[in-house]
Design a binder for this molecule. Structure first.
Ligand SMILES: C[S@@+](CC[C@H](N)C(=O)[O-])C[C@H]1O[C@@H](n2cnc3c(N)ncnc32)[C@H](O)[C@@H]1O
Length: 247
């Protein structure tokens, strides 16, 4: 995983800025019931999305483990951000109406522990909204996708069927979904090649070592190596904590 403490300074401008954040926030809110009074945005990062999740009557909180990111989030959402690991949230059982996770689960091999923790803090009827299949959001049928296709794995930590299975194991049932646009997030061949060589596709591609280098060369040989391909579209799903017979 990237060092998000150092990444904090560059994060907003390199991840689609306000348009991406606004689109993500609105997409999350579309899956949060109107009756919700509390929403915890886990792995809130710089808070650029969290701060845009406003709706009358909804108190929005954030949590992140990286000090540099959480400090920026605390400036955007004062008094509402906690520094901490999303696998051990400092919230009581069944104390929140909604939990969101934007661009988190693709990063964490322990995605099941994150889903379990979200389920723990949700009230019966509460909803967990999360991005899934994040890297696949870039598959827009471009020439880059054609080059990468033979090397794709099915091992992504945030694969939708996997996250739904984790949810089911912790009492969370599918409750809809939507997409949001990754404004200015379209990849160019050069950006993809550099990310590949930087190890950013290890959970997505089988190519390693010399094979990864050869693949990077193939990408760089595509026409327009600095021309971004179409913007990606990112998928969000909602999982709802069902009422047990006693509740
Ligand atoms: C790609 S950023 C997404 C930030 C924000 N949700 C957004 O969409 O702008 C991933 C964030 O996850 C945080 N993170 C990763 N693992 C974490 C963990 N176990 N506990 C808390 N935060 C974590 C990182 O510090 C980083 O801020």
């Amino acid at each position: 995983m990237l060092d998000y403490d150092t990444e904090a300074a560059l994060y907003d401008e390199t991840r689609g800025g306000v348009p991406r954040a606004e689109a993500a926030a609105q997409a999350v809110l579309a899956l949060v019931p109107d009756s919700a009074r509390t929403l915890l945005d886990i792995a809130c990062g710089t808070g650029i999305v969290t701060a845009r999740m406003h709706r009358p009557g909804l108190r929005v909180l954030g949590a992140d483990a990286a000090y540099g990111m959480a400090r920026k989030a605390a400036e955007r959402v004062p008094g509402a951000v906690v520094l901490g690991d999303v696998r051990r949230l400092p919230f009581a059982n069944a104390s929140l109406d909604a939990v969101s996770a934007v661009w988190l689960l693709h990063l964490v091999p322990e995605a099941q522990a994150v889903v379990a923790e979200a389920a723990r803090v949700l009230r019966p009827g509460g909803v967990f909204v999360t991005t899934v299949d994040k890297d696949a959001g870039h598959d827009v049928g471009s020439d880059i996708d054609a080059v990468l296709a033979p090397y794709l794995t099915t091992a992504a930590f945030d694969r939708a069927d996997r996250i739904e299975a984790y949810g089911a194991a912790h009492g969370l049932l599918p409750a809809g979904g939507t997409h949001f646009a990754g404004d200015s997030q379209g990849r160019s061949p050069r950006r993809t090649a550099l990310a590949l060589l930087d190890g950013q596709y290890v959970s997505r591609l089988t190519a390693r070592g010399a094979e990864a280098e050869a693949l990077a060369e193939q990408l760089m040989a595509l026409p327009g190596p600095d021309v971004a391909r179409p913007d990606p579209s990112f998928r969000l799903i909602a999982l709802s904590r069902g009422l047990s017979p006693a509740e």
